[in-house]
Write a protein that binds this ligand. Sequence first.
Ligand code: UDP
Ligand code: MG
Length: 320
Amino acid sequence: MNRPRLSIVVPCYNEAACLDMLHARVTGAARAAVGEDYEIVFVNDGSRDDSWPVMQRLAAADPHLVAINLSRNHGHQLALTAGLDLCAGEEILIIDADLQDPPELLADMRETMRAQGADVVYAVRRRREGETFFKKLTAAAFYRVLDRVTDTPIPLDTGDFRLMSRRALDALLSLPEQARFIRGMVAWIGFRQVPFAYDRAERHAGETKYPLSKMIRFALDAVTGFSTAPLRFASHVGLWLTGLSLLLILYIAFGWISGSAVQGWTSTMLVVVILGAVQMFVLGMIGEYLGRLYVESKRRPLYLVQDVAGPVRGQSTLGY
Ligand code: UDP
Ligand code: MG
């Protein structure tokens, strides 16, 4: 296969207002890095705005650009997977469409890759501009909790903005799972990975495409994908509660023997309510894993392509 030296992969959901500026800046950064030997892969993740027509217009004018229109909104991580699966570059830059991650950092990231002989250069957010206090707080908490419960060390405060070598990307694409938490999966593959600190900018236009519901789902995919700690937690709680109920049985037996039992509506209700809550919680956690097991067992393709504008050079293995 005739591979370009560089692929830049961008998942886009309702980003029409960002695309022109994005295309210009990414093109500038790519040219500065590798001359003409690059491709840009835009993935339209079922946008409801004009993203697709804008992409078609850009692709018609730029032979470096390939735009992929997914059949519907598959979600950030799967849209990104589609782009990675269909790109062909020797080096791959993953970047968000909203220009929060400056494309101009490409030069320094490549430099770091060369200097350190790395397969992955991942960008670590030193500061985050223009994001709400709530977003920063939940993000900070998320990465720290994740770090505690996962068996794979996943770098803190790191998004998907990163530069990868072809062999690292091929390793990543060999993981077939549906529930994809890509920054964790990249950490899992190993090879030599080095951090690259940067300040995260504000969105160029529009608003975040990650409402709370998507954030929660994302967090659950991350935890369940990389840790069985919640299941272990369930068995620990079970063990402690068993110990506690043994004590309780002794206490009840004592009351029965000494004839002092009766009263006790309050304590009974407390036990019922607490046990009920704990059981529901633990069941729910088991359900999270079971549901994912079910989804994985169906072995559906990870994404469906509806239209393509421009030359697709990669060989798809995960989509349809
Ligand atoms: N995105 C996507 N599909 C979705 C949600 C988001 O492709 O369902 C893209 C979005 O267009 C952007 C990237 O994922 O390029 C990150 O989203 P966003 O910037 O809204 O997240 P934030 O930076 O607020 O965490
Ligand atoms: Mg963003």
